[in-house]
Design a protein around this ligand. Sequence first.
Ligand code: FAD
Length: 380
Amino acid sequence: MAGLHIGIVGAGVGGLTAAIALQKQGHRVTVYEQSAKFSHVGADINLTPNVVRALDGVGVGPGIRRTGARPTFRISRDWDTGLETSRLPMGNTAEKLYGAPQLTIHRADIIAALAEAFPLENIRFSKRLKTVSESDQGVTLLFEDGTQDTVDMVVGADGIHSRVRTALFGEEYPRFTGVVSFRAVVPTERVKDVPEIEAFTKWWGPNPQSQIVTFPLNSGKDTFIFATTGQDSWTEESWTSPGDVNELRGFYADFHPDARALLDACDTVLKSALYEREPLAQWSRGAVTLLGDACHPMLPFMAQGAGMAIEDAVVLARSLSGVSTKAQIEKGLATYTSARQERTAKIQIGSRGNQWMKTQGNADWVYGYDAWNVPLTVNA
Ligand code: FAD
């Protein structure tokens, strides 16, 4: 048998990276996506060196470098005094140290770069998964439109509300974290007087829920502003709800004038609630597994959610190298989860605590991880 027929549910960053990487290992891959086309909704994303290196390995490096900006430093500042509490050189220094640069980029540009590297005819749009079930014939995907497909193996890359996860382990709702976020993009020209605007800067607020992050976008022409604050409840779940810029400015009225200048530059802002789950003890059952937000949704405070989905995809493909039988699939999936669970849980918990790099700390364990070369112990 030349390889497996693998069905991936979800054409987000994790699903598409897995599709390319698994295809490179000789498997036939079909992606099922609920939307009618690629979604352009979503946050602007900080791809740290560990993630850029993973993407370089699937061959999408040139695509993400087209519009990706390269922050000069990663700087932490106190919210009221503006005092610098940590500084890491990024740019060429990070590239030399970790083998890849940090790139800050719009999510739609990552999706576009990934989509170029995978045949469009192997993506089935408007296919909303209802459930999956496994039999001797393989794994059957049942869709909301009443159609079904049977494949050798299924990867649930269907995000925080994963139907694949529910099919495997039952219904369990993600938890509202009590944190809401505001997102805005402004022309850099408008905030050019803010010192070191070309850096990735995090203004650490008076409590772990409260912070403002800024970084360059669109080759530096724009600046992304991402602010979070505590809020007791939230009823609506959308990444595109308009927020109120005056409400935003009100939350940060006591912040340093340089931080306030960033918020003063915003014309419009999007507001969304942040959800997460506890680390999951088991990711796979039989020939069905999970990756990305489907198994480890996390707060964005370490900027690693998409990164962990992308690392998962690479390690999953490596774990399924040369696999063609059902027994090998289960062994391969055990290899994958044992390589990934500890790291993703540590980053999930670290993101919740929101202390990482507040003061000068060690970034190597996050940025230095190499998904292409990390040892795979169970199935090596
Ligand atoms: P998703 O991107 O959610 O993709 C899931 C896909 O599955 C979607 O295309 C969806 O339409 C599809 N789907 C869902 N259900 C079904 C179904 N039933 N049938 C078929 N298809 C389905 N991460 C970083 O690395 N760096 C950052 O700087 C960063 N900033 C963030 C800022 C904010 C405000 C938030 C909320 C998140 C941030 N993240 C960041 C996290 C990151 O966006 C997610 O972790 C990442 O998108 C997860 O990728 P995924 O492929 O697992 O899931």
